[in-house]
Design a protein around this ligand. Structure first.
Ligand SMILES: [Zn+2]
Ligand SMILES: [Zn+2]
Ligand SMILES: [Zn+2]
Length: 402
């Protein structure tokens, strides 16, 4: 609003100074719009606060058929016809852009859902939301507010992943991720059959690559509350983001299952606490090898000399990793992120682009042989890990000077 006010004052000052700023010669000045052709179109301040991080929101547009959420309209009784005409053409272009986005969303999602779905677009996410309410702490949020909350959380996740690797927008292959979030399995199936070729058996399905997408319905038996739904979603969406770093020919999941799942667990432990999910849950269901404290479990194994061989774990696809192997996969990533998180994007690029063998990718990105990696990782586990259980999120700062 402040920006518009400044423009209006400037236009007024120019006109008052006798220089025909916006009106053509012979035209009158317009007192309503100061000959800008635009007049303010007010919105409720609480609604504006909710909308401030959104580029488009279907609710906001639906509540404002006149301007689809824009903060100005064309001066209706303008005395400066040329300014009015310029404003009208600008308005029609912006209005058309918003309307076609909404129509594209409705054709892609609502039509297949068989009901009205909410939609939001933020800088990096396009989210279809069909969850009527969410209880967050002790407050029940209705669909519209809940959708904005999750959009903010997803943008936060994106920012954290960029920050921990020390990267910016240019490091990302696409920087855009589509999410489809439903309460009902039936509706998810209808939409999933169209946008993702089904929904899988675990309540969620992802498409990874240049058109990254994740679809999930809220399976309450696995994820009974907002906190766990958020964590599971962050795990899945972190896959989309990690696979989007640097170049992309193939996703990590098949040839580098340890890195694929290890990175997602790294995010869970850093932001939430003990992991609660992995992909391919339909193949067995999530379980903790030796309990929830992964750091303690890995340390005890290393101290006892019973840790599995790195060379064996790195040959596995993500869907065949055992519960024990998930914990070690996480720990390998935890070590590399501690050693030098800025080298991780290159490691991921070498895996997803030319798909180098792990030993070559480690050598080129981190300058480590497999032997050096294993020795360094064991030393890291012995010195940095604690066997005392810790609750809640567990961020780890990179090595000093690393
Ligand atoms: Zn909104
Ligand atoms: Zn006017
Ligand atoms: Zn996963």
């Amino acid at each position: 609003m402040r920006h518009l006010t400044t423009c209006l004052l400037l236009a007024g000052a120019l006109a008052a100074g006798g220089r025909a700023a916006l009106q053509e010669s012979g035209e009158d000045l317009c007192g309503d719009c100061h000959s800008t052709g635009k007049v303010p179109h007010a919105h409720d301040s609480a609604l504006l606060e909710l909308e401030k991080d959104a580029i488009f929101c279907s609710c906001f547009m639906d509540q404002d058929p006149e301007a689809l959420g824009m903060d100005w309209i064309v001066c209706p009784d303008c005395r400066t016809p040329s300014a009015q005409a310029r404003a009208r053409s600008e308005f029609e272009m912006e209005y058309g852009r918003r309307k076609s986005w909404l129509e594209e969303r409705r054709a892609k999602v609502d039509k297949h859902a068989g009901e009205e779905v909410l939609h939001i677009k933020t800088r990096h996410f396009v989210i279809a939301w069909d969850i009527p309410k969410v209880k967050v702490d002790h407050q029940v949020l209705k669909a519209h507010e809940a959708m904005h909350l999750y959009a903010r959380r997803m943008e936060d996740l994106y920012r954290v992943i960029q920050e921990v690797h020390g990267i910016g927008e240019t490091a990302m292959h696409t920087g855009v991720y589509h999410l489809y979030l439903f309460e009902s399995q039936k509706v998810a199936e209808r939409v999933g059959g169209y946008v993702l070729d089904g929904i899988g058996g675990g309540g969620a399905k992802s498409l990874i690559g240049p058109n990254s997408a994740h679809l999930r319905w809220w399976r309450k038996e696995d994820l009974p509350d907002d906190e766990r739904f958020h964590q599971a979603l962050a795990h899945s969406v972190s896959h989309l983001i990690h696979n989007d770093i640097d170049q992309f020919n193939e996703w990590l999941a098949v040839r580098y299952g340890w890195a694929y799942e290890g990175l997602a667990h790294f995010i869970e432990i850093r932001l939430f606490g003990p992991p609660i999910t992995w992909c391919h849950q339909e193949t067995g269901g999530f379980e903790h090898w030796k309990g929830k404290d992964w750091e303690a479990n890995v340390k005890k194994a290393v101290l006892a000399g019973t840790q599995p061989a790195f060379q064996e774990i790195i040959t596995k696809a993500s869907d065949v990793l055992t519960p024990m192997e998930h914990q070690f996969s996480w720990s390998y990533i935890d070590y590399l992120m501690w050693l030098d998180p800025k080298k991780m994007p290159r490691l991921l690029g070498l895996m997803k682009g030319p798909q180098l063998p792990v030993r070559d990718a480690l050598q080129q990105a981190y300058g480590l042989t497999v032997g050096q990696f294993v020795d360094g990782w064991e030393e890291f586990v012995r010195t940095e890990y604690s066997i005392k259980p810790v609750k809640g999120p567990r961020p780890r700062a990179p090595r000093a000077g690393g």
